[in-house]
Write a protein of this length. Structure first.
Length: 325
């Protein structure tokens, strides 16, 4: 049995005869069954080459793959995983993080947290709240004497904050500020990217521009895109689990070009990817891929879908180079 039939089964493009033969073989051959389930646990991939994806078709695709739980064979692959989670227990949020001597007056308390490439870090707060930091992200949290908390974010973070009317927390993104009202929300704000993206999962958040000028209030299920160059704000509805899939160990690409996907892979795997073919770089995909795999396996999946060729050059003193042609 080839990997190509695995792709067709997962993408629901196999003919009925192929499906019948495939599942009959799985029942008869335990080795093939184990091979398929390991393949399925690692990847669920659908490629769209030239046409833009229709939202309805992706919702159907996402609803099919999102409930999937990792079981059994996935443990075998953790040896090759790129993900690791760092749990940071904070005690009381920033109150005792930087201890002051009895004779010292501190006007503000500040602490920085980073999540290296290929990792997801979790910050646990005493009140049960938590903040997840995605790959290559940094957050600096400052609390002043009046109890106001400011979080400066460069990267991506998911906030799961217990409702607390006495807490005043603002996420400062430079271009605008996000004020928490006890909620769950995701922010993607890498300094190297052209936009800032916010998704509200639950509760309510308010966005303010310069001079604390109100921009908008977001409702659960809303997705906001902010263009740094034009200042344009676009608000739409989107399944929040798509934006937060990264903290659950998944890459989710919706109608993304290979060039865009490779930038995400570079950020996660800490490699340099060079695409030699401009036409190939513009090829668009919709994909859901487990982060608990290697860059080689991700490229293998893409090569099976579009027959791309690639080469990985190992380097001891610098990032490995991946050449796609």
């Amino acid at each position: 049995m080839t990997d190509e039939i695995f792709i067709k089964i997962l993408n629901d493009t196999a003919t009925q005869a192929e499906k019948n033969d495939f599942y009959r073989l799985l029942e008869e051959d335990s080795d093939q069954r184990e091979s398929f389930y390991s393949f399925k646990n690692l990847h669920v991939l659908s490629a769209i080459n030239q046409s833009r994806i229709q939202s309805a078709s992706f919702e159907k695709f996402w609803s099919r793959v999102n409930p999937t739980k990792t079981v059994g064979i996935i443990g075998l692959w953790y040896r090759y995983a790129a993900i690791f989670v760092i749990a940071l227990s904070l005690g009381i949020l920033l109150h005792y993080l930087i201890p002051a001597s009895k004779n010292t007056s501190i006007l503000s308390r500040k602490i920085a947290y980073t999540s290296e490439k290929g990792s997801v870090s979790t910050i646990h707060l005493e009140d049960g709240s938590a903040i997840w930091l995605s790959s290559a992200s940094k957050i600096v949290i400052t609390k002043n004497l009046s109890g106001e908390i400011t979080a400066d974010l460069d990267g991506e973070a998911y906030f799961d904050l217990v409702p607390d009317l006495t807490r005043k927390l603002t996420v400062d993104l430079g271009y605008f500020k996000v004020k928490d009202i006890g909620t769950k929300f995701n922010i993607r704000a890498y300094g190297t990217e052209a936009g800032v993206y916010t998704t509200l999962v639950d509760g309510q958040i308010d966005l303010y521009g310069s001079g604390l000028k109100p921009m908008l209030s977001m409702k659960p299920g809303e997705y906001m895109q902010f263009n740094k160059q034009t200042g344009h704000v676009d608000l739409s509805q989107r399944d929040p689990t798509i934006a937060t899939a990264w903290k659950d160990g998944k890459f989710v690409f919706i109608d993304k070009s290979l060039a865009e996907i490779c930038r995400e892979l570079e950020n996660w795997y800490n490699v340099e990817i060079i695409i030699k073919n401009n036409t190939l770089a513009d090829t668009r995909y919709t994909s859901v891929i487990k982060r608990t795999t290697t860059v080689n396996m991700v490229l293998k999946m893409l090569s099976l879908t579009d027959k791309i060729n690639y080469q990985i050059t190992d380097r001891k003193e610098a990032r490995d180079i991946v050449t796609i042609f």
